[in-house]
Design a protein around this ligand. Sequence first.
Ligand code: FMN
Length: 200
Amino acid sequence: MKQILHIISSPRTEVSASRKLGNSVIEKIQEKYPGSIVKERDLTKNLIPLLEEIHINTFFSPAESHSPEQQLINTYSENLISELQESDIIVIDSPMYNFSVPATLRAYFDFTSRAGYTFKYDENGPQGLLNDKKLYIAFTSGNIYSEGPYQVYDSNVPYIKNVFGFYGVKDVSVFRAEGLAIPGVMESSLQKAIESILID
Ligand SMILES: Cc1cc2nc3c(=O)[nH]c(=O)nc-3n(C[C@H](O)[C@H](O)[C@H](O)COP(=O)(O)O)c2cc1C
């Protein structure tokens, strides 16, 4: 039995390719670990704010000095981080939107990348604090980035890996449904990606 955190970032619902791929990853994890508990963090609901000065001042100051407004901000961020800390397995659905992750996912990282919680610095440089977790990335895109002429634009998967690597999560598997805008590829890409899912 595992504790799974499912992070969703597509504002689309029924037609969302990344949700379909991410849901298939979740199903296969549940097959492998029956009775697992899934917590959903749908970033398109109850939007995480864009960083403002008060957020930064809160994250970089001791809790004892926080105003009532900052206490709320700190608790909100701590709750997001607790979901990561409590999970054994993290599944992120990430479509590519304008050569990046959806802005909601970027905002999520702004509220979870915190010294003393997800990483720390010591004399050896940065150290991740979320160790022994498994990350699955369910990536979808209109074009193809895993190979070919657009490989240099492969921004999402390396970025997510970098953020989680910084948090200490090094065990990562990636499933890609690419070419979803390319006739001849789009028809079978998602199905092939779903069939490629292997839970290790
Ligand atoms: C707003 C928007 C921006 C997009 N930008 C890109 C892009 O930069 N590169 C790309 O290959 N596909 C792009 N696409 C296509 C999506 O990555 C593709 O349709 C993906 O499957 C969407 O996932 P979703 O259905 O879960 O939202 C974009 C789609 C949308 C709606």
